[in-house]
Design a protein around this ligand. Sequence first.
Ligand code: ARG
Length: 571
Amino acid sequence: MTSTYDALLGRLVRAFDALLPGADPALRPSERGDYQANGVMALAKARGENPRATAAAVLENLDLSGIAQVEVAGPGFLNLTLTTAFLHDQLGALLADERLGVPRGGARTTVIDYSAPNVAKEMHVGHLRSTVIGDALARLHRFRGDTVVARNHVGDWGTPFGMLIEHLLDLGEEEAVASLSIGDLDGFYRDARVKFDADDAFKERSRARVVALQSGDPETRRLWRVLVDESVAYFAEVYRALDVTLRPVDVVGESYYNPMLEDVVRDLDAAGLLVESGGALCVFPAGFTNREGEPLPLIVQKRDEGFGYAASDLAAVRDRVGNLHADEILYVVGAPQGQHFEMVFAVARAAGWLPDTVRCEHVAFGNVLGPDRKMFKTRSGETVKLIDLLAEATQRASAALATRASTLDDDERRVLATQIARAAIKYADLSTDRQRDYVFDLDRMIAFEGDTGPYLQYAHARLRSIFRRLGASWDPGTVTFVLADAAERHLALGLVAFPEAVAAALSSLQPHRLSGYLFDLAQRFTAFYESCPVLTAPEPTRTERLALCELTARTLALGLSLLGIDAPDQM
Ligand code: ARG
């Protein structure tokens, strides 16, 4: 089916095009009329006419079937009101369409680099954002029809591994594995660090160990593997608890690119891009300067011959374009790494590894703040473990459920509590503009009222309960939508707008465009439900209203699923 928005926009484009080829009208849902068209002003300017005259000319060329009324407002806005017949057709098509009007895109390959925690370090709230936003984007792209290749670029290489391996040996392998597998990654790292700073002999051993690791000493590599495998197994547990689609095969860490780094250096050199600066090998991409106006280097190989973070990212771009054939590469990483990525992309372009046809974007996000609006930390000043946050949210959800009358048994309640907890945490993250910071406030996030995940889950469950009360399974047959009540029409206009919300979230890489839509839809539903009785309404109104309920429930469930949030049938 063609969505309402696309149908109207298509007509506008044709009408504008007849007057000025390539003219670019815009359309948005609006409270005055159902949709408002914009672009007449620019067209009038280009044609050297008065906007009113241009508006009249557009109208002459516009296919008006399904449009009940057009009002020319202000300096050339067109307010379009749809006919009920048009909405009837659109709603009927939605009922018959599993995708609820969202078109399938061309088969593109999208690589999404997300989560990327560090081996032997706890996943902190920054990784929560990357994981939750990245997973929502992965689900949205998959739904569009892309082949999504997730890349969990874990930090599994570098100088700290010397001290981590020596610490593992000091503890004894068994003991070390035990402490890592209970998830005390930070404790392990901290202890290694303390020894490294205090004990010169340990420091020496650690340095020698890094050399052994880099030269491929088999026993050192085996011990390194132990550290990586234990950490990755722990991460997998966190992903399972969060219901995140990352799998073990998506873990393609920094170390994966080691064998490609020599070539990166060689090819940058051959392209004349490599410069020696202070003993390090660097590229100075055009347009990047520090505060003093001096050119900024991207360090590819350090003075000690070791390759750095940037080198593996350069190799990764090459791999993603050359071997994975990416059409689009997204890096869901915190805003502070913005310049790093801009420089990596610039160097990759200069080296010819990143053609302009590939969309390469740093999907940046802001910080998670504590109630004091400072970086979110535990009371003792440590980073907050994701898994602890989830446990606390689950406990709160269980407590809230215990106060409600319910027919669910204990097991069902336990499952429901985890679904609510995940929804609370994910939705709070996904419902703010990702570039902005947000305050982690569990009380607000888990509330059943307000712009929260549990509120949307509850709206969905309430809809499902209407159908449960019906008893027998409900088959709409043919529904005639007359939308006699203003609240019905308002809800219907919300329902037909789902495809735009999905498209907006995808094009802006902003999941909050979808969550904002879902919240608005739930509010439209609430207003409808308050003024329009459903089960007690006479036929054919009852069937029409049930169909609106069914579409609302399906839209909420599908929308939430694209954000990685469950929509339980009962709460
Ligand atoms: N491991 C890094 C960190 O914790 C994030 C890696 C992001 N991805 C990348 N391709 N550099 O900060």
